[in-house]
Design a binder for this molecule. Structure first.
Ligand code: SF4
Length: 338
């Protein structure tokens, strides 16, 4: 669980001056056994930073990470113990694997390092079991392959198998299908669903593609320019988006299977009248609600402060002044033209 986490980076801007990039502001995400949460947003929205905070690659500037309710930082849970519970899967399966190591060695080493196999027989059996669990069958066919002898989808399955070798409770998938061939994206999503359903893993699925989130996940959280703006059960968010940005994301991907099938999920946002323009500069974000320069409903309050969270009975929540000011009816879709 991420509780009120923020991450700020000091950088040099183009003018040579120091600047602070507020990559994530006050984000909260809870993962549960047997459930997949999607974190959706455009490139640069801060979602990868959230994954890296949850994976303990970055320490949060503010807030904390908890595992089973226990804070993990400052002597809470040792990093090695944490990595036994929480594993991160990166976007590029080729970069995640050592090109000089065969599958047998990569998986066997993970089993041995974490004490899940000792003898040669145990390692061999363990590796074969891992390959079966990620649907690389018959496993014997893959044992002696190098990464370059595998397809992108097969490599990502080996990466997932290596994560499973640790026997984690949580998988953090950072755009795990975006670099894969279209034809095998669905296979990898189905594998993640199987790990949730049959092994009870908790998963965070990070994506810019709301269509794949819609296909795979139980809950969708939406991030914009470092701020979590909306979230809740998938059906609620899809059927009745409460934030104008979520509405635009959905309108940009109207068909649930479109971007999975087309293979090129758009990262652009489109309104009925055209493209919506670029997201804000993270080193100089807009005040208040960071979406206000692109929002068709922006009011004075939006420029002044970030709205409180509004909660709904079905578990959905949103940060938007429309709901605080009794103007949510403006979000209703326009009636069809006669
Ligand atoms: Fe638009 Fe204001 Fe809501 Fe932000 S808070 S999404 S600017 S209406």
């Amino acid at each position: 669980e991420a509780v009120g986490v923020s991450k700020h980076f000091e950088v040099r801007n183009r003018g040579g001056n120091n600047a602070v990039v507020r990559a994530v502001e006050n984000a909260g995400i809870a993962l549960h056994r047997g459930r997949i949460v999607a974190l959706v947003g455009e490139s640069g929205s801060g979602k990868t930073t959230v994954a890296r905070i949850l994976g303990r690659f970055y320490a949060p500037t503010e807030g904390e990470i908890r595992l089973h309710g226990r804070p993990v930082a400052a002597g809470g849970i040792a990093r090695r113990d944490y990595f036994r519970k929480v594993q991160l899967i990166f976007q590029d399966p080729f970069g995640s694997l050592n090109s000089l190591h065969r599958v047998r060695y990569t998986l066997g080493r993970a089993l041995k390092l974490h004490g899940h196999a000792r003898s040669r027989r145990e390692v061999e059996d363990g590796v074969i079991d891992l390959l079966r669990r990620v649907n690389l069958t018959p496993p014997e066919q893959y044992l002696d392959k190098f990464p370059h002898e595998l397809s992108g989808g097969q490599r990502q399955r080996v990466v997932i198998a290596r994560a499973l070798a640790v026997r984690p409770e949580v998988l953090l998938g950072d755009e795990p299908i975006s670099m894969l061939d279209v034809s095998i994206r669905l296979d990898v999503l189905n594998l993640l669903a199987k790990l949730r359903d049959e092994e009870g893993l908790a998963l965070l699925y990070i994506t810019h593609d709301i269509a794949s989130a819609r296909y795979l996940c139980d809950e969708i959280d939406v991030m914009y320019a470092g701020q979590l703006v909306e979230g809740g059960p998938k059906e609620a968010v899809i059927q009745s988006p409460k934030h104008p940005y979520t509405r635009l994301l959905l309108d940009s991907s109207p068909d649930p299977g479109r971007s999975l099938a087309a293979g090129s999920a758009s990262e652009g946002l489109f309104t009925a009248t055209g493209e919506l323009g670029e997201p804000p500069d993270p080193a100089d974000p807009p005040t208040g609600c960071r979406f206000h320069p692109r929002c068709p409903f922006a009011m004075d309050e939006c420029r002044e402060s970030f709205p409180e969270r509004t909660e709904f009975p079905d578990g959905q929540w949103v940060h938007c002044w429309l709901h605080q000011k009794g103007r949510a009816h403006l979000l209703a879709p326009a009636p069809p033209a006669q």
